[in-house]
Design a binder for this molecule. Structure first.
Ligand code: AQP
Length: 344
């Protein structure tokens, strides 16, 4: 069996409204993984345009996600931070993967069904092919681990299917060129902790999302104290005090969501939060949650503002990161072209 050096890859779309779910489900984990891994973090702007983006806002959103990465603690000197469209190997590899992936596989993707809605005929081809581009993002670096929220699980499974089919379809060529018995790793998703699926503050059955029409449904990273306090105050809850055990909590989605958020922000477990707050009314728990959220988010939003005041500096970070990323991705793509039988 070929063994692959451990490498972490993940991405965030610059589609505006970067929220607490993106932070707790993804960015906070990116930061922790830097400690013991080589990490590549990407602002996936080519994914963003699978639904229409206002060109006047897109570049600002790319810089905002980059600023959020850095303000949260990602180190672009030691690791790689870049935007996808500067490394054209992603698009080239995605085309090859479009020819490996099967229509049936992509047709089963729930994110496509959700985002395309009832009128699928009008969805972009890019929205349909999105998971093949995501596989290319990851496999261009032959990444072994991908930290993501729970909503990306299905896409990660598809990445593994594509890697496996490529390894099988081109087995003899992979062997002939001396790449061992598999060219691509079967990437592991890293979906752990209390905030793998942060839910909407207005509806405990829907995930917190950038595109929810209600601003009250999400805390965005740039919210100030008053806005955070207002959104948690208005967050939907039930009339009962917090329970003292996980089974009772599980039956109350809105309460569970707020407990999860508190646990993730304070880096503790749901059990520990219940041990502290069992029997508390929401009128007492919510102010504690606001304090915790402000304590953790205010330094990040302050640093984001400072970084975004100098767009030239952010652009330079992205350019340098893209150069580092391209060095790795071009080697993978060169090998893939050889394996597939293209003349280079
Ligand atoms: N609610 C969430 N809870 C936990 N993790 C989440 N993620 C997204 N929403 C939640 C994780 O954040 C990372 C970046 O997501 P993305 O920007 O690539 O795209 P997304 O999933 O499309 O984000 P949204 O907010 O849900 O946007 P819309 O409204 O457009 O669908 C990913 O790791 C994701 O799992």
């Amino acid at each position: 069996m070929t063994t692959f050096p451990e490498r972490v890859f993940s991405g965030v779309q610059p589609t505006g409204n970067l929220h607490l779910g993106n932070y707790l489900g993804a960015i906070k984990k990116f930061v922790a993984l830097q400690e013991n891994h080589n990490c590549i973090y990407c602002v996936v702007d080519m994914h963003a345009i699978t639904t229409w983006q206002d060109p006047k806002e897109l570049s600002g959103n790319i810089r905002e996600v980059t600023a959020a990465f850095i303000a949260s603690g990602i180190d672009p000197e030691k690791h790689v931070v870049f935007n996808q469209s500067q490394v054209s190997e992603h698009a080239e590899l995605a085309w090859i993967f479009n020819c490996v992936a099967r229509m049936g596989w992509l047709s089963r993707m729930t994110q496509f069904k959700d985002k395309a809605g009832k009128d699928r005929e009008k969805a972009s081809v890019g929205l349909f092919a999105y998971p093949a581009l995501m596989a290319a993002d990851i496999l261009a670096y032959r990444a072994t681990h991908v930290p993501v929220g729970d909503d990306q699980k299905q896409h990660l499974e598809l990445t593994r299917d594509i890697a496996q089919k490529f390894n099988n379809d081109f087995r003899s060529s992979i062997d002939e060129y001396g790449y061992g018995d598999q060219f691509f790793p079967l990437t592991e998703p890293l979906i752990e902790g209390p905030a793998t699926r942060v839910m909407s503050l207005r509806d405990g059955s829907k995930k917190m999302s950038k595109s929810d029409p209600s601003d009250l449904s999400r805390i965005v990273l740039t919210d100030d104290r008053d806005t955070i306090a207002k959104k948690f105050r208005k967050a939907k809850t039930d009339p009962m005090p917090l329970p003292d055990n996980l089974d009772d909590l599980r039956a109350r989605p809105e309460a569970e969501n707020l407990v999860n958020i508190y646990a993730a922000l304070s880096e503790t477990s749901k059990e520990a939060v219940l041990a502290e707050f069992a029997g508390f009314e929401f009128s007492k728990f919510k102010p504690a949650l606001v304090e915790m959220a402000v304590e953790k988010l205010a330094p990040i939003s302050g640093e984001m503002q400072r970084l975004q005041a100098d767009p030239g500096h952010i652009d330079q970070i992205l350019k340098d990161g893209s150069d580092k990323a391209r060095e790795i991705a071009s080697i993978t793509l060169g090998a893939v072209k050889e394996i597939v039988g293209f003349i280079k």
